[in-house]
Design a binder for this molecule. Structure first.
Ligand code: NAD
Length: 323
């Protein structure tokens, strides 16, 4: 069967790209190419559900953690997000949510920070563990490296026990300075701030991470130990605890408000001091989120609108994990 051969070919390619991106922090194709191939595979698997396998890239999150780091099993899996690419798909996504719930609901639109997903565990207000997403179930313990990020409080303002999720990223200015320094030393350049952030955080020597000027935006909770009944309420509580949240999030009652937010940030994204690669849409109320549930790889109550590609591939640093 021609489809089966194409499915195999796509899986092989995507697995290779995943390895280069998640394990080596060194992609060889632009994200738009990856996204297109993944979409083609998803469509073929939808037409032929009997050919779906548990190890297909459509069913798996990220990649297995590096052996160089201690492993961390997440209390609640860290998933990926589904993607929407245009207005029609956004309208379809909203319509699907409202059909499932049987009524309209409130959404939150947020910037999609282009960095590395992290989990931060605070016990009685103290930062006790920081980890990468890894394959969604098991990540890498990078607590020492995350402790070097100045934006992250080592102690919360209250003695709360909470696991939060966020994105570690490299501001544009730090990225430009880093690549200028590397060019001056005739070292290979990082392809983009995302790869620079990922490479910087997965260093065995924390002093290298400390020198890279990373930052963090916290965008949600893992297991909800707060009193919040919605995502927007939880975000206010996290900000009050002293965590670095982003001010640009907006609640939207209609699809038109969602589209206006997307249009605004498509125009304005180049003026931000950090990179974003899209907009994340989330159903606000936790009880609605619970009702909508999850697929194998992502929540049904959230999705990511991806901006059209701008990326140009350049040579990237070989990160030496054996240091
Ligand atoms: P994703 O990046 O599409 O979405 C999930 C991630 O978004 C989360 O893990 C989180 O880290 C991040 N995020 C940023 N802001 C957020 C916010 N406000 N709220 C919630 N989450 C937020 O999915 P993914 O599984 O991390 O990565 C897949 C993407 O990575 C692909 O779409 C592709 O663009 C890229 N990729 C590229 C290659 C390549 O070879 N170029 C290979 C693999 C993956």
């Amino acid at each position: 069967m021609i489809e089966q051969a194409r499915i195999e070919e796509l899986r092989q390619k995507l697995n290779q790209y995943n390895y280069e991106y998640y394990v080596k922090d060194q992609p060889t194709v632009p994200d738009s190419t990856y996204d297109q191939l993944l979409r083609e595979l998803t469509d073929l698997e939808t037409q032929h559900p009997e050919l779906i396998t548990a190890d297909s890239p459509t069913q798996r999150v990220g990649a297995a953690p590096l052996d160089a780091f201690e492993k961390v099993t997440h209390d609640l899996p860290m998933l990926s997000l589904g993607n929407v690419f245009d207005e029609t798909e956004i309208r379809e996504w909203v319509a699907r949510i409202e059909r499932s719930l049987g009524r309209a609901t409130t959404y939150v639109a947020e910037l999609k920070f282009d960095g590395l997903a992290i989990s931060l565990k605070y016990e009685e207000g103290r930062l006790v563990r920081g980890a990468t997403r890894g394959d969604g179930t098991v990540g890498e313990n990078i607590t020492q490296n995350l402790r070097t990020i100045k934006a992250l409080p080592l102690r919360l303002r209250q003695n709360e026990t909470v696991e939060v999720r966020g994105e570690a990223y490299m501001p544009k200015q730090s990225f430009e300075r880093l690549n200028e320094d590397r060019a001056a030393r005739e070292e290979a350049l990082f392809a983009n701030p995302r790869n620079a952030a990922a490479g910087s955080l997965r260093q065995l020597d924390s002093s290298i991470t400390a020198s890279r000027n990373l930052s963090v935006f916290v965008y949600g909770v893992g297991v909800n130990t707060l009193s919040a009944r919605s995502h927007s309420e939880a975000m206010l509580q996290l900000a009050e605890l002293g965590l670095p949240t982003n001010n640009e999030m907006q609640t939207c009652e209609t699809v038109e408000e969602i589209l206006a937010y997307i249009q605004h940030w498509t125009r304005e994204r180049s003026n931000l001091p950090y990179e974003i690669d899209g907009i994340v849409l989330k159903v606000d109320r936790y009880d609605d989120q619970e009702e909508l549930g999850f697929t194998a790889k992502s929540p049904r109550f959230a999705t990511a609108y991806k901006f059209a590609a701008e990326e140009v591939m350049t040579t990237v640093e070989e990160v030496d994990f054996s240091v």
